[in-house]
Every structure is written in C-alpha cells, then in structure tokens.
Design a protein around this ligand. Structure first.
Ligand code: UFG
Length: 318
C-alpha cells in the first residue's frame, strides 16, 4: 500500500514507519520535526518536512491507500498549561487531514488514540465501552478527534481504526524514545542509570494500589507497531473501530524502578514526591477486542524485555 505516516519522525511513528517499510509498503513520512528527529525516519521512506495541515492536502492529491496519523502534541502537563496548543495542534490539524482525505478519496485511517481518553477508570481492566472522561486536555483532544473520525467514517465511508495506547515503552533497534522534554517513567529512570540525572522522584506513595504507587500497563513499541499493521488490514469502509492496546498486566512504579535496577545494574536512587495531578491510580487495558478482531497478541509483554530494549537503545545513543 502507499501510506502517509504523519509524525513518522517521532517515537511510535518511526517504529511503525520502519516496520511498514520492512513489510514492503511505500511509505511517505510527513513531520514538522517540532519534537521528532530527521535521523529517526527509516531508510526507504520518503520524507516531507512541513506542517501537516498545509502539506497533507497536496500530498494526498497524489493518491494514497491510507494514512497512519501519529503526529500530535502529547505532553499531558503542557496540555493543561497551554490548551490552545493542543486544541489547535491536535484537533484542528486532524480535521484538516480528515478533510484532505475526504477530498482525495483516501480510503483508510489508523489513528493514534490513547488511554488518556478514559480518564480515571471505574473498572480495570479497561474495556473500549468504558466511559470516556478525560482528566487532561491532551486526552480530551484525542477523544474529540476520535469523535470526528466516527462521524467522517459514517458519513463518508472512511475505513478507520483508532488504537488506544496504554504505556508505550521499549525500542526497536535504533528506533526508540528520545523526547527533548522527557516526562515518561522508563526513559527518566534510564537517564538516572546513564548518570544524566542524579535521582528519580516517584510521584505518590499513597495510592490505593498494592504498594501505594501507581500501576500502569506497559506495551512494547514493536508490539504496538504490529497492531498498526493488522489494523490497516482490518479497516472496514464506513466503520470506525476502536481498540485498546496493552498487555492486560499492570506494574507499579516501584516495580518498574526495581526492574530498571536489575536490568541496568545501576543503583538508581529514588525518592518520593507528591502525587502528579491528573494521574489515575491504575490504568490496565483489556485488549480482548484487539485479540479477537485483529488477531493481535503482544509478543513481548515481559517488563524486563521492554526495559532491556529501551536500555540498549539508550546506551547505544550515549
Ligand atoms: N512517574 C514518576 N516519576 C517520573 C515520571 C513518571 O513517578 O519522573 C510516574 C507517573 O506519576 C505515573 C507513572 O510514572 O504514575 C507513569 O507515568 P508516565 O508519564 O510514564 O506515563 P502516564 O501513565 O502518565 O502516561 C501514559 C502516556 C500518556 C497518556 C497516559 C494515559 O504516556 O501519553 O498514559 O493516562 F496520556
């Protein structure tokens, strides 16, 4: 297929773009490099640098079989301080993309949605039918895009799949996580192991969880990429399918730090700080729907594997 990958210079986008190229697709990456890295774009993909809202209409006129839409602002904290950046950057840009797809008859869309669309869950594991009550602007913008996709699919016959990622981690060889502003737990812990930070602060030790720290469902970025490949093949015209992607197993922040200590062999000093506003206590996915309907199964659910791959990537970059 000829595929447009928005945000293909970012973490998840670059891993997916790499797998798409490896599996024989014709890949065009569009990225404004605001947070992505030009050297993360896989060899064999064509790269167009620019603002998605401006570039997409011109590119899609060439004729594409589908779009994988990763490009987004994705810092939860920043989304609360500067919501306009998220409503404009995520929602408006996505609407421009949807309109361009409609205009040029692009038949398929796979969209990067998020567990943040659910907010504080009433029940875990979280099903796709759970209430969507995002606790932050980032999640609200992703949910708004999901709603737009549902109505474009129904009205215009778009074949759409939204994938709601839980906590993505790990790396795929030279493709990995390197944000300029890092807020995610595993890369921060590994920065401590690398000597780039003195210590780590674990946010909150009084959550209603077995060890008092938050519990998250970590999914290996390569397993996530495979889900995108499957989603492309299972998109149905006129339908908007939504799937959660996690392993169904939660690890506490303490467990994550301990696993990082074991994998890296570094002491990784950690203290406890106040809770981070907006953090739900437990986020664990039910991915039964992805398993049943996409035939997806995480091949690397072990936290040690996820951390080892992230560590190898981190060390290789120095
Ligand atoms: N954490 C710390 N110390 C740190 C960084 C994080 O204790 O220095 C904790 C957080 O408080 C949280 C856990 O580690 O309890 C995981 O935090 P991350 O920032 O790594 O991930 P989140 O669960 O907050 O975020 C992930 C995705 C978001 C998505 C969200 C859905 O990365 O994009 O899940 O809730 F919005």
């Amino acid at each position: 297929m000829k595929l447009l990958v928005t945000g293909g210079a970012g973490y998840v986008g670059s891993v997916c773009a790499a797998r798409l190229v490896e599996t024989g697709h014709d890949v065009v990456v569009v990225d404004d490099l605001s947070t992505g890295h030009a050297d993360a774009i896989p060899e064999g993909a064509r790269f167009v640098e620019g603002d998605l809202a401006e570039v997409a209409p011109k590119l899609l006129a060439e004729g594409f079989d589908g779009v994988l839409h990763f490009a987004a602002k994705s810092l939860v904290g920043e989304s609360m301080q500067d919501p306009g950046k998220y409503w404009n950057g995520n929602v408006l840009t996505s609407l421009r993309l949807l309109d361009a797809m409609r205009e040029h008859g692009t038949p398929r869309l796979v969209f990067s949605s998020t567990a943040a669309t659910y907010g504080e869950p009433e029940q875990v594991p979280i099903l796709e039918t759970a209430p969507t009550r995002p606790t932050n602007t980032y999640g609200a913008t992703k949910l708004a895009i999901d709603h737009a996709i549902t109505s474009y699919a129904a009205a215009h016959g778009l074949a759409a799949v939204s994938l709601r990622y839980f906590n993505v981690a790990g790396a795929y060889g030279s493709f990995g996580e390197r944000h300029t502003t890092e807020t995610h737990l595993i890369p921060i812990v590994l920065q401590v192991a690398m000597g780039k930070r003195d210590k780590l602060s674990i946010y909150g030790e009084d959550y209603p969880t077995p060890d008092g720290t938050c519990v998250r469902d970590y999914i290996h970025v390569l397993d996530l990429a495979e889900a995108h490949l499957l989603a492309l093949g299972h998109a149905v015209a006129g339908e908007h399918q939504i799937f959660n992607l996690g392993t169904g197993t939660g690890f506490s922040n303490r467990e994550v730090v301990q696993t990082c200590r074991e994998v890296t062999g570094h002491a990784i000093p950690a203290d406890f700080a106040d809770r981070r506003p907006g953090d739900p206590a437990i986020l664990v996915a039910s991915s039964d729907a992805a398993s049943t309907r996409l035939g997806w199964k995480p091949e690397r659910p072990d936290l040690r594997t996820i951390v080892s791959d992230a560590w190898e990537f981190t060390r290789a970059r120095g």
